[in-house]
Design a protein around this ligand. Structure first.
Ligand code: XIL
Length: 565
């Protein structure tokens, strides 16, 4: 019984001795009832049919035993942090150097790991000689580079996928005006994919970018590009979401929904470079927040069938690009500088292990019809009778949707059979329903719907707080609102605030700070961070955000509603 749950399909130990040893370990180390809780990350991931990966640096790999041991034990996929980039593999034209790349591939082969090739065509870490070429020469240099680099590993079973193009978008969704784009125009993207397919017909070919985790202007541009490339039979097989997140900027709560819309295009999706930084120094409260971010990233991937896995951009705070790149920030990984597991390690572990039983395909029962109680201008409390789950993985929570036609937006998630929806529009009819989720990600059939109408907003303060925004700066197709001041106008302290506002048509949020943003259609909800939610009477705080808008449009956001919490 212990060994059958400990040793999962796909992680069959190579020898009977190994099996016996694992069995022994199980007897001594594992809490009863949760047989494989102490198994490494890769074992849980494999049991769920996913990879858990890490970026590897060649220096540490050859110099540090502890680094090597953790990399080998915990992960079943690796990405070269730098060793496969152009400046490493072809520093001068036609002079290829695969020493670092080979070291990573050999390590992976020895440890039964997959390699994701990163990256072929990027505007960074590409030598000057490439950037100075004219169009014809640049296109053939690109073709040669791709065919040499991809071709070298085409027959190597460890190397299964490539980031063909990396970071081709600006934040507003325009194509980045890199030297690639400036010299070759947009066609360099399709060409790069075609050259890669020619070099290895079996490799999975990805487009990769950052700040595309949530649904926003940039991810929508990527979505449109992938859709149009695939329509033209350009071989794009996969989309990578880097996920370099920071706890002070809020979690991209539309991550799962975003992965799902890409999956619906027929591509594989994956989290390619997750790290979750914080303003240093570390505190236990920041660690705890970071752990929930890691959990939610991994959980989103687990919940989406087309998500192949999650790669963490390194694993130890001893070696991370974050402090060098974002001054004052760090501690972004799941082990500390001394290779001790942080709360984020446990969060990743538990999210991979969640539900445990990969054979659970039985969804929970449908929740009861929700009852709407306490409806205000901007919020509503719903309660329903709980679902039950008999599939083994247990009930994980509920998601509330608004019935709206072909795609029903999510209004919120709850781990109990009740939720207070916030950020609703005044005088608006809502028809909503609830679905239950279990630990294996199975969704129940929807409950019946309930219809309620929010009360009239009187234009005055909606809650015990007010919010007012100032346009700090604007330009043709964008603007910054800073500060939005939030003031507690009540006579007692508030513990959390929610500011809502409506974006003019065609406007979208491209950045925000000091509040956690969620967007549903044009309605934006900004909630306090853990450090600015408590306001005594008359006390205030502020946050800010940036918006992109159609060129020539002069509208800006106005009209903020504040409620608590
Ligand atoms: C980073 C590496 O971690 C650093 O060591 C290097 O100096 C710069 O590049 N997006 C990517 C990665 O696609 O290749 C980057 O890696 C991080 C951002």
């Amino acid at each position: 019984m212990l060994s059958s749950t400990l040793i999962r399909p796909g992680t069959r130990p190579r020898t009977l001795a190994a099996a016996a040893l694992l069995g022994l370990l199980a007897v001594f180390l594992l809490p009863a009832g949760h047989a494989d809780a102490s198994a490494p990350l890769r074992q849980h991931a494999a049991a769920r049919g996913k990879f858990i990966g890490t970026a590897l640096a060649t220096g540490q790999l050859s110099n540090e035993t502890q680094y090597r041991n953790i990399a080998a034990t915990e992960f079943n996929q690796v990405t070269a942090e730098n060793a496969m980039k152009w400046d490493a593999t072809e520093p001068s034209q036609g002079q290829f150097n695969f020493s670092g790349a080979d070291a990573i591939v050999n390590f992976a082969t020895q440890n039964n790991q997959q390699v994701h090739g990163h990256t072929l065509v990027w505007h960074n870490q590409t030598p000057g000689w490439v950037q100075g070429l004219g169009a014809t020469a640049m296109r053939s240099a690109m073709q040669n580079h791709i065919s040499q680099v991809v071709g070298r590993y085409a027959d190597n079973p460890a190397v299964v996928s490539w980031d063909v193009v990396n970071e081709v978008f600006e934040e507003n969704g325009n194509l980045r005006t890199s030297f690639w784009y400036n010299t070759l125009g947009q066609s360099y993207i399709a060409d790069a994919f075609r050259y890669a397919r020619a070099a290895d017909p079996n490799a999975r070919l990805c487009i990769n970018d950052y700040n595309v985790e949530g649904i926003n202007a940039k991810s929508t541009a990527m979505y449109n590009l992938v859709a149009s490339l695939r329509q033209q039979n350009v071989p794009v097989d996969c989309v990578g979401f880097q996920s370099h997140l920071a706890i002070q900027y809020g979690f991209p709560t539309s991550l799962q929904q975003n992965l799902e819309r890409f999956a619906a295009l027929g591509v594989q999706v994956r989290i390619t470079e997750v790290d979750i930084r914080m303003q240093t120094p570390r505190t236990s409260s920041k660690d705890a927040t970071q752990a929930t971010y890691y959990r939610d990233v991994v959980q989103a991937c687990m919940n989406v069938n087309a998500c192949a896995g999650v790669t963490i951009w390194g694993f130890t705070d001893r070696y991370s690009w974050v402090p060098d790149t974002f001054p004052g920030e760090g501690a972004a990984l799941i082990y500390d500088e001394n290779y001790q597991q942080k709360p984020s390690y446990t969060a990743v572990h538990d999210a991979l292990d969640d539900g445990g039983d990969p054979t659970d395909t039985t969804p929970p029962t449908a929740p009861g019809t929700p009852a709407a109680s306490n409806v205000t201008a901007n919020s509503a409390t719903l309660t329903w009778s709980a679902s039950t789950d008999s599939g083994g993985s247990g009930l994980a929570g509920y998601t509330v949707y608004r019935e709206q036609g072909s795609t029903d937006p999510q209004l919120g998630q709850s781990s109990t059979n009740s939720i207070t929806l916030t950020g609703l529009s005044p005088s608006t009819q809502y028809q909503v329903y609830v679905r239950a989720r279990d630990g294996a990600g199975n969704l129940s059939t929807p409950s019946s719907t309930v219809t309620f109408t929010t009360t009239e907003g009187d234009g005055g303060p909606e809650g015990p707080c007010t919010a007012a925004g100032t346009v700090q700066t604007q330009w043709g197709n964008g603007y910054v609102i800073q500060p939005v001041t939030v003031t507690n106008t009540g006579s007692s302290a508030i513990n959390g605030w929610t500011v809502t506002f409506t974006l003019p048509a065609g406007h979208s949020i491209t950045g925000s700070w000091n509040a956690a943003f969620t967007t549903s259609g044009q309605t934006v909800t900004a909630k306090n961070m853990n450090y600015n939610g408590n306001l005594g009477p008359n006390a205030g705080t502020s946050f800010g955000f940036q918006v992109s808008r159609p060129n020539g449009n002069t509208q800006t956001v106005s009209g903020y509603t504040c409620a608590s919490p």
